[in-house]
Ligand binder design. Structure first.
Ligand SMILES: Cc1cc2nc3c(=O)[nH]c(=O)nc-3n(C[C@H](O)[C@H](O)[C@H](O)COP(=O)(O)O)c2cc1C
Length: 174
């Protein structure tokens, strides 16, 4: 069962949960993948409630999102099995099916195609309405130095792209 919630009532909980981490789930070509995120923003743009996800170019999640611009955010309420966050934050969906490996329970979505994850019950269904790679020139030089060393074989850095997801539904899986 899903209990609808007002996302703003949970703004503090969502922000707090980003450390140690929450899950961002995508679905493309019939495959579901999830990854741990520690950076994100909840706010308003174009009069719409949005969750902004920051995804590095190397993530399988980026390829999935660029195919299907939808994602769910799942936030623990209470204790969460730390193994879920560490596994989903170190293994890539390119190499393994993280959902099956961990035995996570997918929950049918209400509005988009991407399911939620029962083990982290607070769920936001989001549809990408804007995306933009962070402008390397606009990043504070010290932050740039710490976060974006050369990464790819050609020397390019692994920059984040911001995905603005309009929050279309918010509920707790019970
Ligand atoms: C606590 C934690 C927070 C993370 N936050 C982010 C994030 O905000 N953005 C990002 O691109 N990667 C983040 N990562 C790294 C990804 O979760 C990790 O690279 C993952 O294996 C990517 O999975 P994928 O290749 O299936 O997309 C985080 C990892 C951890 C452990």
């Amino acid at each position: 069962m899903k209990r609808k919630v007002n996302v703003w009532d949970y703004a503090g909980k969502i922000a707090e949960a980003m450390n140690p981490g929450i899950l961002a789930t995508t679905k493309a070509d019939g495959n579901v993948n999830t990854m741990t995120i520690g950076w994100g923003m909840l706010g308003v743009k174009w009069h719409r409630p949005v969750f902004i996800l920051y995804v590095r170019e190397s993530r399988h999640t980026k390829a999935m999102l660029d195919k299907n611009g939808e994602f769910t955010i799942n936030v623990p309420l209470g204790e969460v099995d730390k193994k879920i966050l560490s596994y989903c934050g170190t293994k890539s969906g390119r190499d393994t099916d993280k959902i099956a490996d961990l035995g996570l329970t997918l929950e049918e979505p209400e509005v988009i195609q991407v399911p939620g994850i029962r083990e982290l019950p607070l769920t936001l269904e989001c549809k990408v309405i804007y995306k933009q790679q962070q402008d390397p020139e606009a990043i504070d030089p010290d932050i740039h130095k710490r976060n974006y060393p050369p990464f790819f074989p050609d020397g390019r850095s692994d920059y984040h792209t911001a995905y603005y997801g309009q929050i279309l539904d918010a509920y707790i899986i019970e």
